[in-house]
Design a protein around this ligand. Structure first.
Ligand code: PGA
Ligand code: ZN
Length: 828
């Protein structure tokens, strides 16, 4: 079809996004044009009639009749005549306007309120139906609006009119209306099938009902009706609709044996065409719902839930509009929805809503809105909210422009609506600046914060640092020198490249680093730039950071949110006194993050009380990660306190215990120094065996041996198969080392610390390998932290098993938990 159905297409297409949006809308409308769908689904091949895959041999029938009703019935009849020509013996159809046919009589009826014209037409239709005999074929056109247009008696017309008026006020659903309609009619709810019996029937169904229930279209004259008079009466009583004479619908299945109900078109036809058109234009296109029956607010929420640049989010259905008392605004459902969408539009987005029959309760088909609409309204001093409140969309669009005009269309599949979000231009993603500054971390040590800017967008990351650092970690350059490297070395290399090319820019950083430990620029510089760029990229795309990471990571499946590894007692290198063991954690065994967080905080409070019973207040200090530090060298004591705290706290979720032994920190000259004793790896394993026996909740253990001793890890893992044996210093987020640990069966869990390896891409690559081998990933903070919350996004976006972020009470640690809680909240 060369000629556009949208008659004011060019007037409206004032921008590229508008033009694209109108092209998508046009494609949707063209795909449902009655002539187009019939020509696509019906084919006459000699004496064989093919209808949407079903085959009918016309030589088997003596006569062929055509009857029909609904908004597109006359056009459909006309098109059928073009295809079948003189094979049609006789026919009668009722639609909205006549259409001159050779053999078929067409009638113009009234809609939505039935009238005498409808009755006269229906009488003729029923006569044709009854004249069909066993050897005849009747093609029935069933289309939206048929409920009102098909009226078998004057009494039914009157009842129909009364019912419709009563229903408008009632708040009942269209399904309920149709259930009653089926029982006040001789022809609906399968009645027509009874009239047609025993002829063969091809019922061509043009659905205007979102969801594809064939029996709902025109109240299902050729479909078996499951509802009963009692059901209809219950609806009448429920809404107090008045008195109606009800009749039972045919329940003898014999009447339906020769009926072929064939769907010809529905709003999915339009949505599929719109999706294809959007894809051709280079957009990602999603059909959000084909059965939308929501309010404008709910619709806006559904459409804007996860908007990605370069995407079209489409829906079909009918927006629910509640007309407030005394409201006298003019306009249709689609205009009103477009007007309401002005509250949710982001800059650049275009929203279109159209009635698929071209008639949005007015002479417009619907409306288009974007930021131009808002500017125009502001320029003209129009109060958008006032127009919204009064449901007065027609005058609004008449004033600012935006009405989509098509005239009455030969299609009717309920409303079509979509939100188009423009693509990002290359310029938006180009790195225009990279800066770094020095700031103190949680230990008061200097670290760097890096900002990567791409035009209007930017991302900032403050780099953490460890105390019990693994020997294989990338190098850290002192903060002041690092700032100079960012300005002199990294910035010139990355300016002008795309922030969206994470792997490309990480490769550049690796090259600049020169060695695997990134000695030339420092791992802290590399990670600062890498994560800042990752954050900027998410902003450029207008999506959450975790979502951007998820896209980079390429997750296919849904997985629960990470478990929280909450550090409550600090020791080792994270404390001045205390035992040699670095961290005693609790792990609420749930993916309900809010519940886990609440439980962890409660256990922490109990623990504090328990410690206060045994130690003086001033002797209980706080370690690097916010956990308590107690003046005791005992290995067992902290486990006992944590176990008692769990036991004595009433939590809604089960709680496990974890520990980071950080064994490298007490490994000296080939032996492990614990409680003043020198232990071999074997003896240390015996100590662990004792701890596991005594504290069965202790099920997650990190770095139980020194970072070189893969064999000891492997022995431990096979001796404690129920324990998650986690590598941290052992693996240092390094893919090659992880591969070695996997080969040696040393671990089944891995700590992921991006600053151990230096770039986002390398971090994700290590995590990919872990997933492939069912090694649990626990994304972790460092003991020297900043308030940056990137690791929460990383843990969620990669669907990690855990997030380890210290005690919930210190600001640097709380930032991570808070971010995760916020992600979960917006994600649901
Ligand atoms: P670190 O400690 O950040 O000091 O290395 C954390 C850990 O060992 O897990
Ligand atoms: Zn560790």
């Amino acid at each position: 079809m060369d000629k556009k159905l949208i008659t004011n297409f060019d007037t409206l297409a004032t921008s590229k996004s508008r033009r694209d949006a109108l092209t998508v809308a046009e494609a949707g409308l063209q795909a449902i044009d009655t002539q187009v769908v019939l020509q696509n689904s019906i084919e006459l091949d000699g004496t064989i009639l093919r209808v949407a895959g079903e085959r009918f041999d016309l030589t088997r029938y003596e006569h062929t009749y055509v009857i029909g009703f609904g908004k597109v019935a006359c056009t459909a009849a006309y098109t059928l005549e073009q295809i079948l020509q003189e094979r049609i013996k006789e026919g009668a159809v009722v639609g909205l306007s006549e259409r001159v046919c050779q053999t078929i009589d067409t009638y113009a009826g009234t809609h939505p309120i039935p009238s005498t014209q409808n009755y006269t037409a229906t009488k003729h239709i029923d006569e044709v139906a009854r004249s069909a005999k066993e050897n005849d074929l009747v093609i029935v056109i069933v289309s939206g609006g048929g409920s009102a247009l098909l009226c078998s008696t004057m009494a039914e017309c009157d009842q129909g009119q009364k019912l419709f008026n009563a229903f408008l006020q009632s708040g009942g659903t269209i399904e309920e209306l149709n259930t009653v309609r089926k029982h006040i009619s001789k022809l609906k709810g399968g009645g027509l099938a009874q009239s047609l019996y025993p002829a063969t029937v091809i019922s061509l169904i043009f659905s205007d009902v979102p969801g594809g229930d064939l029996a709902a279209v025109a109240s299902g004259p050729t479909c078996f009706d499951e509802s009963t008079v009692a059901d209809a009466q219950a609806i009448i009583d429920c809404y107090g609709l008045g008195d109606f004479i009800l009749n039972e619908t045919p329940k003898d299945l014999e009447y339906f044996k020769r009926v072929h109900n064939i769907p010809i078109v529905s709003n999915m036809t339009a949505l599929n065409a719109m999706q294809a058109s959007a894809r051709t234009l280079g957009y990602r296109a999603d059909i959000v719902s084909a059965t939308q029956y929501a309010t404008p607010k709910e619709t806006a929420a559904m459409l804007t839930k996860q908007v990605v640049p370069g995407s079209v989010q489409a829906m079909g259905g009918e927006t629910k509009v509640i007309v407030p008392e005394g409201c006298d605004g003019t306009g249709g459902r689609n205009g009103y929805l477009a007007l309401s969408m002005l509250d949710s539009l982001q800059s650049g987005q275009v929203f279109i809503s159209i009635a698929s029959d071209g008639h949005d309760n007015t002479n417009a088909a619907g409306a288009l809105v974007d930021s131009e609409t808002i500017s125009k309204a502001t320029e003209m001093s129009l109060n958008i909210q006032e127009y919204q409140t009064n449901l007065n969309s027609f005058p609004f669009f008449a004033a600012v422009g935006g009405h989509i005009r098509t005239g009455q269309l030969d299609s009717n599949v309920s409303d079509l609506l979509f939100l188009l979000t423009p693509k990002i231009s290359r310029d938006d993603a180009t790195i225009t600046d990279i800066t770094a500054k020095v700031l103190p971390d949680s230990r008061g040590k200097e670290t760097i914060s890096v900002t990567v800017t791409a035009g209007e967008h930017s991302g900032t990351f403050s780099v953490p640092s460890g105390a019990s650092t693994g020997i294989r970690e990338v190098q850290v350059i002192p903060a002041r020198a690092a700032v100079t490297i960012v300005a002199d070395t990294v910035k010139p290399a990355l300016l002008g490249t795309s922030v969206l090319d994470q792997s490309g820019l990480d490769a550049t950083l690796r090259n600049l680093g020169q060695t695997p430990s990134l000695a030339a620029i420092g791992g802290n510089v590399a990670l600062g730039v890498s994560v800042a760029a990752c954050k900027a990229a998410a902003q450029v795309q207008g999506i959450e950071i975790w979502k951007y990471i998820a896209d980079l990571f390429g997750h296919q499946t849904q997985a629960p949110a990470p478990r929280l590894f909450v550090n409550l007692i600090n020791g080792g290198e994270h404390a001045l006194v205390g035992s040699a063991i670095q961290e005693h954690q609790i792990i609420p065994d749930t993916d309900d993050v809010a519940a886990a967080h609440a439980a962890a905080t409660a256990v922490q409070a109990t623990l504090h009380q328990l410690l206060l019973k045994d130690f003086k207040k001033q002797d209980i200090t706080i370690g690097d990660e916010g956990g308590f530090v107690i003046p005791s060298k005992s290995i067992e004591a902290p486990f006992a306190y944590v176990a008692a705290a769990i036991e004595q706290t009433d939590t809604a979720v089960p709680i496990l215990m974890g520990a980071d032994m950080a064994a490298s920190s007490f490994y000296k000259a080939g032996e492990y120094e614990l409680e003043g004793k020198q232990l071999t790896a074997g003896q240390l394993q015996t100590v662990y065996r004792g701890l596991h026996k005594k504290f069965p909740l202790l099920q997650l253990v990190e770095d139980p041996f020194a970072e070189h001793d893969f064999a000891a890890f492997a022995k431990y893992q096979s001796a404690q198969p129920a324990v998650t044996c986690i590598g941290d210093d052992l693996t240092t987020t390094n893919k090659t080392t992880l591969q070695k640990a996997i080969t040696k069966q040393a671990i089944n869990g891995i700590i992921i610390k991006p600053n151990q390896i230096g770039t986002v891409s390398d971090t994700l690559a290590t995590m990919q390998l872990a997933y492939q081998h069912n090694v649990r990933c626990i994304v972790s903070h460092r003991s020297g932290e900043t308030k940056d919350d990137f690791i929460a996004d990383l843990a969620f976006g990669t669907k990690s098993y855990g997030l380890k972020a210290g005690a919930p009470t210190m600001p640097e640690r709380a930032a991570k938990y808070d971010r995760l809680l916020a992600i979960i909240q917006t994600h649901e």
